[in-house]
Design a protein around this ligand. Structure first.
Ligand SMILES: [Zn+2]
Length: 308
């Protein structure tokens, strides 16, 4: 509690400092960017925005040749959970160590979202990672951390903590805004476990990807009709539904980094489980049943039909 109080004072001081020092520069992260009722807190007193060189002896002119030949560096949005409470999360992400994220969604039912790293800087949230042939997603992504306890291991199963609705609303408002500004492809809105499935579990099966897609148009989701068509081709309770090589190829086609070993090996199990956490959370056991196979095929039909 003292830590939290200290942090709030820290935020207040930081904000005052920021407002008093930054009044000449337009701040892009104001409340209007997200929505009327959500405020972005600048937790880092060194936070600043640099968009151009500042040379006292020269004028940096934008007037003469404004080019339209450019695109955004940001291609991915990555969702995480912190595995700790709010004060600890802040300590880890904002004050020391080798990890950070651009945004932090608190576990407080208030109207604040913390920004820890400016969007034009590289936050250290993804680590060794890969998606659809792109490596090291720190270079090209925005990271959102959500305060959540993660999972408890009970025997062989993982019991994941839920996300309260007020957190999901914040994630939705923030994600939608980021996706719109950078024109992020739906398939590039991913969880940490999608881009690092051999070592990461977040945001886990309790994260409501389907709800975000259905209610807010965020991220990718399969069409039920396509899934049912694929499913109707299989005889229920027959196993396995496809060869490991075929399934590995399909996972790779959708975006997962996976070796084509042709075996139901440990790594394939972990990647199948990461896929299920995202797209089939009711049965995330790493085993490929008919529904898992139908979902993957439906996703590839919808989003990857132009790739081999
Ligand atoms: Zn993570």
């Amino acid at each position: 509690m003292i830590q939290l109080l200290k942090f709030n004072i820290f935020i207040l001081c930081s904000t005052l400092f920021f407002l008093s020092c930054g009044s000449q520069k337009k701040i892009i992260f104001d409340s209007k960017v997200i929505r009327d009722t959500v405020y972005i807190t600048h937790a880092n007193p060194n936070y600043h925005i640099i968009t151009e060189a500042n040379l006292p002896e020269y004028v940096i002119s934008q007037k003469n040749f404004p080019s339209v030949a450019f695109n955004e560096r940001i291609k991915f949005l990555v969702i995480h959970y912190t595995v700790s409470d709010y004060p600890t999360s802040v300590k880890i992400l904002a004050k020391k160590g080798q990890v950070s994220s651009h945004y932090l969604i608190t576990d407080q039912p208030n109207d604040t979202i913390d920004i820890l790293v400016s969007e034009d800087k590289r936050a250290w949230h993804a680590g060794i990672s890969s998606w659809n042939g792109t490596e090291n997603l720190n270079d090209t992504s925005i990271g959102i951390e959500i305060v959540n306890k993660g999972f408890t291991k009970i025997k062989d199963s993982l019991l994941f903590a839920t996300f309260p609705e007020y957190q999901i609303k914040k994630v939705a408002a923030l994600s939608k805004n980021i996706i719109d500004r950078y024109q992020i492809d739906p398939v590039n809105v991913v969880g940490h476990s999608d881009i690092a499935p051999l070592r990461k579990q977040d945001p886990g099966p309790m994260f409501p990807w389907k709800e975000l897609y259905t209610n807010y148009g965020i991220g990718a989701w399969y069409d039920e009709y396509d899934k049912d068509v694929f499913l109707s081709q299989y005889i229920p309770d027959t196993y396995p539904y496809t060869s490991p090589l075929e399934f590995q190829k399909s996972l790779r086609k959708y975006g997962y980094k996976i070796d084509l070993t042709g075996e139901w090996d440990k790594n394939t199990f972990l990647i199948v489980r990461a896929f299920q956490w995202h797209f089939r959370p009711e049965k995330a056991d790493g085993m490929v049943d008919a529904e898992t196979w139908a979902i993957l095929q439906a996703l590839n039909k919808k989003y990857r039909s132009d790739t081999k």
